[in-house]
Design a binder for this molecule. Sequence first.
Ligand code: 13P
Ligand code: SF4
Length: 301
Amino acid sequence: EQNFADDIRAILRLKRERNAVILAHNYQTPEIFHCISDIRGDSLALAREAQNTQEQVIVMAGVHFMAETAKLMNPEKTVLIPDSMAGCSLAESITAENVRALKATYPGVPVVTYVNSSVAVKAETDICCTSGNAKKVVESLGVPRVIMIPDEFLAKNIQNETGIEMLTWPGHCEVHERFTPLEIRQYRRMHPGVVVLAHPECPPEVVAEADYAGSTAGMMEFVAVRQPAKVLLVTECSMSDNLAALNPAVEFVRPCNLCPHMKRITLPAIRRALETMEEEVTIPDALFPQARRAVERMLAV
Ligand code: 13P
Ligand code: SF4
């Protein structure tokens, strides 16, 4: 606790000195989410809001692809990631070469890429999406079939919702792929009446057991508006911690899986980033225009 206070004071001071803003994903731990961040949200909100900040420095309290997206939308600013090893199993599941091969196999089929991907993969892409806008993005294309990469489960969940055929890729989120339908049924037996909210990175059989599926922001809004007596969030652990502080009347059943990448971002790591101005995120010039275009197209939908 003492360390938290020291780090929090130092970070708040450094933010002013460096003219920095801290963006925090909903999976960040409560002391980061509630005490030092300026903008909080799901990956879509962070991509959007990064553009509206006045500060010269953006610190991404989130994983690497989120920092890359912030840099794509703000090339003139310094974007820092407190731990450059904060990756993502989805981003690591596919290469640009893999995407070129898919395009050669299915010529003319548009490629929708989840933002949980590298800049090189985004650059091969027609349009990006997040879990918060995937349905809207896919429907905006007006075609019966799309290539949706790299999250197989998100693609299948969106196919179930829209009826649009998804050609996909066997990438999975290492956090959400571990939930099972049996587990959800057991929690329902132990907690009669519990409302179950699942992230669409979960397998379709798990989403089928839920009362609602949506992005981290969607789940937050559901809890804030509906105020269920008891809720189970089928997602990363910090979501329940962060929401519990905002919704004291709601009881949270807490099965969760930790994202080891998100958890690399800590108060000391953020403090160090602001002290040393490292590690700075850069985008290769050759990839920049195409990758940015895919994100811009998404934000315009
Ligand atoms: P959101 O798009 O709901 O923020 O979730 C993406 C995710 O899993 C971030 O790691
Ligand atoms: Fe990637 Fe899953 Fe971690 Fe999100 S929770 S950063 S999708 S591994």
